[in-house]
Design a protein around this ligand. Structure first.
Ligand SMILES: NC(=O)c1ccc[n+]([C@@H]2O[C@H](COP(=O)([O-])OP(=O)(O)OC[C@H]3O[C@@H](n4cnc5c(N)ncnc54)[C@H](OP(=O)(O)O)[C@@H]3O)[C@@H](O)[C@H]2O)c1
Length: 239
């Protein structure tokens, strides 16, 4: 399949590009075509060092989305509206996959209008340096994105809890579970197969799109546990 990774020059996009290139035609998208080409060249060097002849292409986000069967949104929550706006004219039969997790550092609040919760202790006492899930108005990033996408576009929310560093390390075994949320069995099954194309990942059906908040919110939990307990590259595994 043809896979576009929008924001594929970033941390998590790199891992998806590298890992999926073994079974699929991968193009990374960027706001800047030269940046996309430079990242693609860097990723191709990594593939070459790992004995792969597969090649990743780089182009602008809109062209990447236009020519793809599957479009990964690997950009931050706050940048979603402008990117959806940009690609909407070229969306047709593509399946959109969101890995987006809205979160904030050292404060927990409901996104975007309410104030941070009041904390009556100094930052030091409170032991700052943690992340919170910032619940979007619609309930989750996935539900916000679904409202922005044109009607009829297939959409799945998945892969939120995979650490970028491990995903991009082709020598690392990814012994993680992947929660998959969506309203269409057809597109969820395709995303299940994509997850299985990455060795050791196990996709699990979580439910319809409105269950995505639960999976998205696991990401700050995992990051906090990792950083506060000096655990590296941990993810989610259901046993
Ligand atoms: N990092 C992780 O471990 C991880 C794990 C699971 C899920 N996620 C989710 O994946 C998404 C990306 O995370 P990340 O850590 O990869 O982010 P990132 O590296 O900070 O950014 C990804 C890309 O977004 C693009 N970008 C930056 N500003 C933009 C703007 N104003 N408009 C459009 N595009 C913009 C940049 O690409 P160009 O400059 O090339 O356009 C950048 O390379 C987030 O939603 C995050 O919650 C991350």
């Amino acid at each position: 399949m043809k896979i576009a990774i929008l924001g594929g020059t970033g941390h998590i996009g790199k891992g998806f590009a590298l890992r999926l290139s073994y079974k699929h035609e991968v193009t990374i998208g960027s706001r800047n075509i030269e940046k996309a080409k430079a990242s693609a060249a860097e990723y191709n060097e990594i593939l070459e060092k790992h004995g792969s002849n597969d090649r990743i292409e780089g182009t602008d986000n809109k062209t990447a989305a236009q020519n793809a069967d599957i479009v990964f949104l690997t950009i931050r929550y706050e940048n979603i509206p402008s990117v959806i706006d940009l690609i909407t004219p070229v969306l047709d039969k593509q399946i959109i996959v969101s890995v987006v997790v809205p979160m904030a550092r050292d404060r927990c609040y409901i996104h975007p209008d309410s104030s941070p919760l009041k904390i009556d202790v100094s930052k030091e006492e409170y032991n700052a340096n943690y992340f919170c899930y910032t619940t979007p108005k619609a309930g989750s990033a996935a539900q916000e994105i679904a409202m922005l996408l044109p009607e009829g576009i297939e959409f799945v929310s998945a892969f939120h809890n995979v650490p970028a560093h491990t995903l991009a390390d082709l020598d690392a075994e990814l012994d993680y579970d992947i929660g998959v949320c969506g309203n269409s069995t057809y597109s969820k099954n395709i995303v299940f197969e994509l997850a299985r194309d990455i060795p050791y990942l196990r996709p699990l059906d979580v439910g319809p799109l409105e269950t995505s908040a639960m999976v998205e919110a696991l990401t700050p939990l995992v990051i906090n546990i990792a950083s506060r307990n000096k655990l590296k590259d941990i993810g989610i595994k259901f046993v």
